[in-house]
Design a binder for this molecule. Structure first.
Ligand code: TNX
Length: 521
C-alpha cells in the first residue's frame, strides 16, 4: 500500500507481520482490501472504552443506521454499551460517522478515516462511504473484536489517517442457487461476509437446468415444479425464493451497501423451466428432469412467440422486484442453440431488459450480438485474447472480469480439495490474487472494464460451510483486485494481511480453507 510521510514523519513501510511492540493491534492500513493511502502517526492510538459514544451525522437516518450496525458489531466482544447518537459531548472518546467530506476523490463509496488519542472520525460524501469506513475500522481493531462473547483486553486502534476509495465501480460475488438451493439465511450470511471486504454486488444465479429458484406469478410452476422436490444436482437441492424472500434479501443487502443482481440464464440452461412448462420446447414435449452436471443441452425455442411471452413476463417481474441497475440474462454455453438463433434471441431479449429500465448483463457470449452495445458482458473465458469481446467493447459494451481460471471460486484449490470442479484448473489463493483486471484481455481498454466478480457455482456445494470453504480465502483476493489501487498490489503484503485475518473467520465460525500458501495466525 502507499505509505506517505505526514506531519513531518518519515515515510515508513508497513511491517509484513505485526512487530513485537504492537503485536496486539493491527498496523494502520493492515486491512483487506488494502486502502489507497495510509499515513500512520506514532503515539496517536485511540482506545475504545466503556464510555465511547458513536456519533452520527445529524439528520441522516442512513448514517445513524451505519452507526447502529457498527455498534452491534462491536458490543459483543467489548461488552461496552456504545450508544449511537446524532451528536455527542466532545469530551467523550468518540467514533464519528460524518457526511459532507467535501472530497471529490472519495466518490460515492470512499471515506477518510482519522484516528487520534481521543477520537476516530470517518468522513464520506455518501452513506456507502461510511459503511466502507466502518468495515475498515472493524479490521483495525484487535482480532478478538469478532468474538461473540466478551473478551477483556484493551481495544486500541493505531493512530493516523486513511484515504480510501474503490478502483472499480463493480465489485461482485456470484452465488449459484440453482444447482443447489441456498436458503435466505445462508445467502444473508454470505452477504455479511462479502460486505466486510467492500464487495458491492451480489449476483444470484436463479435458474439453470437443474432448478428454478424464484417465484414468478405469471408462470407459477417455474418455482413450484422447477424448484420443487427432487430438483438440484443429484436431486439434493430443492427450494426457491418467494418474492417476499427475494425482497427481504434485497433489503438486507442494501443495508450493507450490496446490490442484488438477479440472473435468469437463457436461451440455454433452461431444462427446469421446460420441465415445468413443456410449451417452452419446440415440440411441446416435457424433457425429463435433469439432476446431473452436464451443460449445453437445453435451449428455448427461438422461433416460438411463447418463448418471448415467457421471457417478457419473467423480465418484467424480476425488474419490478429489483431496485438495482442490472438484470442478468445469462447467455452462456448455448450449445443447443444455433448461432443464427442465438443472435435472433439476443436481438429481441437484450432490448427488453432496457425497456424495463435495467442495464442488460450477460455472460461474455452476448458480445456476439450487436444488441449488446449498451449491455455489460461478464468475461468468464480463460483466454487472454477474445476478439469478439474487444470488438463489442469498441461499440460500447462494458466488461466485468471473471476469468474462470483465476476468479472462479468453485474451482478446487488443488487436487486434494474435496469440493469443487477443476475444468478451469486449480486455483490457489495466489492464483486468485495475481492478475490484473484492467490488462487481463489483450486489446480491451481499461476504460471498458467496469470491475470484477467472483462466481461461485454450486454443483458440489450443499451447505453454508461448503460455500465458505470455497469462497474464503479467495473472495477477499478478488475483492482487493476490485477495490485497491493497482499500485498497492503486492502478494507478500496481501498474504500477510490474509494470514492475520484467518483467526477472525475462526472466531465467527466461518469454515475457510487454510491455504498452505499463507502463514495463518
Ligand atoms: C461453466 S461459467 C458454466 C456453469 C457451470 C460452471 C462450473 C458459465 C458461464 N457457465 O454453467 O456451473 O462452468 O464451473
Amino acid at each position: 500500500m502507499l505509505i506517505v510521510a505526514a506531519l513531518g514523519l518519515p515515510a515508513v513501510a508497513l511491517p509484513t507481520a505485526a512487530s513485537a511492540a504492537s503485536a496486539a493491534i493491527p498496523a494502520l492500513g493492515s486491512v483487506i482490501p488494502a486502502p489507497a493511502e495510509v499515513r500512520p502517526v506514532a503515539g496517536a492510538d485511540f482506545r475504545l472504552g466503556a464510555g465511547t459514544v458513536i456519533r452520527t451525522q445529524p439528520g441522516s437516518a442512513a448514517a445513524q443506521a451505519v452507526g447502529d450496525q457498527l455498534a452491534r458489531a462491536l458490543r459483543p466482544a467489548t461488552g461496552y454499551p456504545l450508544p449511537v447518537r446524532p451528536a455527542a459531548p466532545r469530551a467523550l472518546p468518540t467514533i464519528s460517522l460524518l457526511l459532507g467530506a467535501g472530497d471529490a476523490r472519495l466518490g460515492n463509496e470512499g471515506y477518510r478515516l482519522s484516528v487520534d488519542r481521543t477520537k476516530v472520525t470517518i468522513r464520506a460524501n455518501k452513506p456507502a462511504g461510511l459503511f466502507a469506513g466502518a468495515q475498515t475500522l472493524r479490521q483495525l481493531l484487535p482480532r478478538e473484536i469478532d468474538s461473540p462473547t466478551v473478551v477483556r483486553r484493551a481495544w486500541r486502534v493505531a493512530g493516523g489517517g486513511i484515504v480510501d476509495y474503490p478502483r472499480f465501480a463493480y465489485r461482485g460475488a456470484m452465488l449459484d442457487v440453482a444447482r443447489h438451493f441456498h436458503t435466505p439465511d445462508e445467502i444473508k450470511a454470505y452477504i455479511d461476509e462479502i460486505s466486510r471486504f467492500k464487495v458491492n454486488y451480489l449476483h444470484l444465479h436463479l435458474a439453470d437446468d437443474q432448478g428454478w429458484r424464484i417465484q414468478i406469478d405469471s408462470w407459477p410452476r417455474l418455482a413450484t415444479v422447477g424448484g420443487g422436490p427432487g430438483t438440484g444436482v443429484d436431486g439434493t437441492g430443492p427450494g426457491y425464493l418467494t418474492k417476499a424472500d427475494y425482497r427481504g434479501l434485497v433489503r438486507y443487502a442494501a443495508a450493507r451497501y450490496v446490490t442484488i443482481v438477479p440472473e435468469i440464464d437463457m436461451p440455454g440452461h433452461v431444462n427446469a423451466a421446460q420441465v415445468a412448462y413443456p410449451e417452452l420446447t419446440c415440440d411441446g414435449v416435457a424433457p425429463p428432469p435433469r439432476t446431473d452436471t452436464a451443460v449445453g443441452y437445453s435451449s428455448l425455442c427461438i422461433g416460438s412467440e411463447t418463448t418471448y411471452r415467457f421471457v417478457a413476463d419473467v423480465i418484467r417481474e424480476l425488474a419490478a422486484l429489483t431496485p438495482g441497475p442490472y438484470l442478468h440474462i445469462g447467455g452462456d454455453e448455448a450449445h443447443a442453440t444455433t448461432d443464427a438463433d442465438y443472435l435472433t434471441f439476443q436481438r429481441r431479449v437484450l432490448p427488453l431488459v432496457t425497456a424495463h429500465g435495467k442495464t442488460a448483463y450477460g455472460w461474455n457470449e452476448i458480445a456476439k450480438s450487436p444488441a449488446s452495445a449498451n449491455a455489460v458482458a461478464q468475461y468468464w473465458d480463460t483466454a487472454t485474447t477474445n476478439s469478439t469481446v474487444v470488438a463489442a467493447a469498441a461499440r460500447g459494451t462494458k466488461v466485468v472480469m471473471s476469468p474462470a481460471n483465476q476468479a472462479y471460486l468453485d474451482m478446487k484449490y488443488d487436487r486434494n480439495t474435496p469440493l469443487g470442479l477443476s475444468w478451469a484448473g486449480y486455483i490457489e489463493v495466489r492464483t486468485a490474487y495475481d492478475w490484473n483486471p484492467a490488462t487481463r484481455v489483450t486489446g480491451l481498454p481499461a476504460s471498458a472494464v467496469l470491475g470484477v466478480e467472483a462466481p461461485l457455482w454450486s454443483e458440489t456445494l450443499r451447505k453454508l460451510d461448503d460455500i465458505e470453504f470455497m469462497a474464503f480465502p479467495r473472495l477477499p483476493a478478488i475483492a482487493e483486485l476490485g477495490w485497491s489501487p493497482a499500485s498497492t498490489h503486492d502478494w507478500t503484503s496481501f498474504a500477510s494481511r490474509l494470514g492475520a485475518y484467518g483467526p477472525r473467520w475462526t472466531s465467527r465460525g466461518v469454515d475457510f480453507y487454510p491455504s498452505p500458501q499463507i502463514t495463518w495466525g
